[in-house]
Design a protein around this ligand. Structure first.
Ligand code: NAP
Length: 309
């Protein structure tokens, strides 16, 4: 059993910021980072809305931002374990945390395990993941050079990723279940101005079809009920996220969607366990807001630990 003062579960912007604050307080935190450091920003192409980078040349990629955040946390003494948590016991202190490779005890914990992309749940989706179905344009766009793809969703992610995919794809058709986008005005403007992007409104997909790889989708217009087959090489799905809180069921109070419930100081239902970022925030879901939440959780945990002594 490895004894730690503070463990941070997750290495997205919230986790890396909590690590930096806790490390600066001389508490030498251990970050259980998962297999891919950075969480969702590690697979984000450009980050143009994080404060501090104002020109096109300066705009960092997601991995670049992760790298500097990690270096900053390490500079102050944070350590990283690239493993995943499989079990926790928060019923008594020290808290118990088990990963695939190790067992830990910790006096304080910050949970920043983030969120994952939602699946559509239509026939063919699971079968063709990695063979034409993707949840990440930044990761898979390159494989669709000169091909036709569809993007499902009308939010910021769908527009941002759809625009990114035009760097590779011949044609990007956005299929959206309503007649107007949810995305913010600036991304909408860029998407509408992009000649490679077209829109199929009031439409859902009922099935993803193919033969070894994706070859098309069956669409249905929700207003007329008309179903139409549409040929495509790739289906990129951006319809929101769910919190990565399965390992916390029964351990921390959650809402009906599985988001960890926190108060204004990022305290969970267990004293000494804090939560920050998208595991507890379904609303803002920005790097900037997750960073702020991670800083707050780190500061609060530090104060709480000091008060225990
Ligand atoms: P989102 O805002 O929840 O949008 C999800 C989209 O998917 C919506 O258009 C929704 O349709 C559609 N959808 C949901 N379930 C569906 C289903 N079963 N079938 C078909 N369509 C479905 O999610 P997001 O785009 O991932 O964004 C999440 C948050 O991150 C937002 O707060 C967003 O502002 C933020 N974000 C910001 C940026 C940026 O600022 N650069 C980039 C990415 C994300 P309806 O519109 O009909 O509900």
């Amino acid at each position: 059993m490895q004894k730690e003062r503070v463990i941070i579960i997750g290495s997205g912007p919230a986790g890396l910021t909590a690590a930096m604050y806790i490390a600066r307080a001389q508490l030498n935190p251990l970050v259980i980072a998962g297999t891919q450091i950075g969480g969702q920003i590690a697979i984000t192409h450009e980050v143009e809305n994080y404060p501090g980078f104002w020109s096109e040349e300066q705009t960092p990629t997601g991995p670049e931002l992760v790298e500097v955040m990690q270096k900053q946390a390490e500079h102050f003494g944070a350590r990283f374990d690239y493993d995943e948590v499989v079990e926790v016991d928060f019923s008594k202190r020290p808290f118990y945390i088990k990963t695939y490779g190790n067992e830990y005890e910790a006096d304080g914990v910050v949970v920043t395990a983030g969120a994952s992309p939602r699946h559509l749940g239509v026939p063919g989706e699971e079968e063709f993941i990695g063979r034409g179905v993707s949840y990440c344009g930044t990761c898979d766009g390159f494989f669709f050079r000169g091909k036709d793809v569809v993007v499902i969703g009308g939010g910021d992610s769908a527009m941002e990723e759809g625009i990114f995919l035009t760097k590779f794809a011949n044609k990007v058709e956005v299929i959206h279940r309503r007649g107007e986008l949810r995305a913010g005005a600036s991304l909408q403007k860029r998407a509408f101005a992009n000649e490679k992007i077209s829109f199929v409104w009031d439409t859902v997909i009922e099935e993803i079809k193919g033969n070894g790889v994706v070859q098309g989708v069956q669409t249905r217009n929700v207003k007329t009920g008309e179903t139409t087959p549409l040929k495509t090489d790739g289906v990129f799905i951006f319809i929101g996220h769910y919190p990565n809180s399965q390992f916390l069921v029964g351990k921390l109070a959650m809402d009906e969607e599985g988001y960890v419930i926190t108060d204004e100081r990022y305290r969970t239902s267990v004293p000494g366990v804090y939560a920050a970022g998208e595991i507890q925030d379904a609303h803002f879901r920005q790097i900037a807001t997750s960073v702020g939440q991670g800083a707050g959780a780190g500061m609060e945990l530090e104060k709480w630990l000091a008060a225990q002594e």
